[in-house]
Design a protein. Structure first.
Length: 289
């Protein structure tokens, strides 16, 4: 550490230089310190010199190289910078800057490692089957069992066993219609002169209803027309059939008509095998047009 004399000499660099016999240097330096550039030189902070026997000599300001010390002198450097001051207060926050442009999309990352295999899931429930009731040791809780002999369903099985079965057979159905029933068909042919119309009115036997009917000429001709074909009703029930055809072909043509009747009661009721009555009437009438 420098003594108080050295510290005083440092603050008066030019006097120290004079005592060291370097007056010509100091006069030249004073001339340099008078101008604007000299004022900037006053701000230099680094000093160097030689210390020998308690005396400081050969002082330099901001030296660009080593100071040459003679007669066993030691080169030393120092500055006049004071201790750091306390930190100032934080200034107010500035306004938020404008949002910058969106950056380019980054490269796709590497694929992650494959995850570990999950643990096996619990066993599902099962539908078992066999002939006869299931044994108490058969199956697991939640299972079902079908008894193929009794057509019964057990389950779901609980911790206490299979429990009572549920029948898979429904109640008896109503008797079906006998397949031996056959329809009764009435039919008739008639020659229809040109310019005439033929009309059939069929009537089914008692206990029967008409399920269909119709008619037509033996040949196809645009002048041979099936003009009407529909059931006749009794108390809203179809009990017969009405067919009408017209011939304007220029010659006599044959026309046929029919009705299909079925029983309305089951076998043994007295009307299942009653023969159909012949057609009630067939009329030929001249066209008025």
């Amino acid at each position: 550490m420098l003594g108080w004399k050295e510290q005083r000499n440092v603050s008066k660099v030019e006097e120290v230089a004079v005592r060291a016999g370097r007056r010509w240097c100091c006069r030249r330096r004073r001339r340099r310190l008078r101008g604007g550039a000299g004022q900037r030189e006053l701000e230099w902070k680094v000093y160097a010199g030689c210390l020998s026997a308690g005396r400081l000599s050969n002082i330099r300001i901001n030296p660009t190289g080593k100071v040459s010390c003679r007669h066993g002198g030691t080169e030393i450097t120092w500055n006049q910078t004071g201790p750091a001051g306390a930190q100032g207060l934080t200034g107010p926050q500035g306004p938020q800057g404008a949002r910058g442009p969106a950056g380019a999309q980054g490269v796709q990352g590497v694929q992650g490692v494959q995850g570990q295999t999950g643990s096996p899931g619990a066993n599902g429930n099962t539908v078992l089957h066999g002939s006869g009731a299931p044994a108490s040791t058969l199956g697991s809780v939640g299972d079902y069992y079908v008894d193929t002999a009794a057509h019964a369903l057990y389950g779901p099985k609980s911790a206490s066993g299979w429990g009572s079965p549920t029948s898979l057979v429904g109640p008896p159905g109503a008797p079906g219609i006998s397949p031996t029933l056959s329809p009764a068909v009435q039919s008739s042919n008639v020659d229809v002169p040109t310019g005439d119309a033929a009309t059939w009115i069929f009537t089914c036997a008692k206990g029967q209803i008409a399920t269909g009917g119709g008619g037509g000429f033996a040949v196809a001709d645009a002048n041979l027309v099936l003009e009407y074909s529909a059931p006749t009703l009794t108390n809203s029930a179809p009990t017969g059939w009405w067919v009408q055809g017209v011939n304007t072909s220029g010659s006599t043509e044959t026309m046929a008509a029919y009705v299909i009747c079925l029983p309305t009661t089951a076998p043994g009721a007295g009307h299942a095998n009653v023969a159909a009555r012949p057609a009630a009437s067939v009329h030929l009438s001249a066209l008025s047009r």
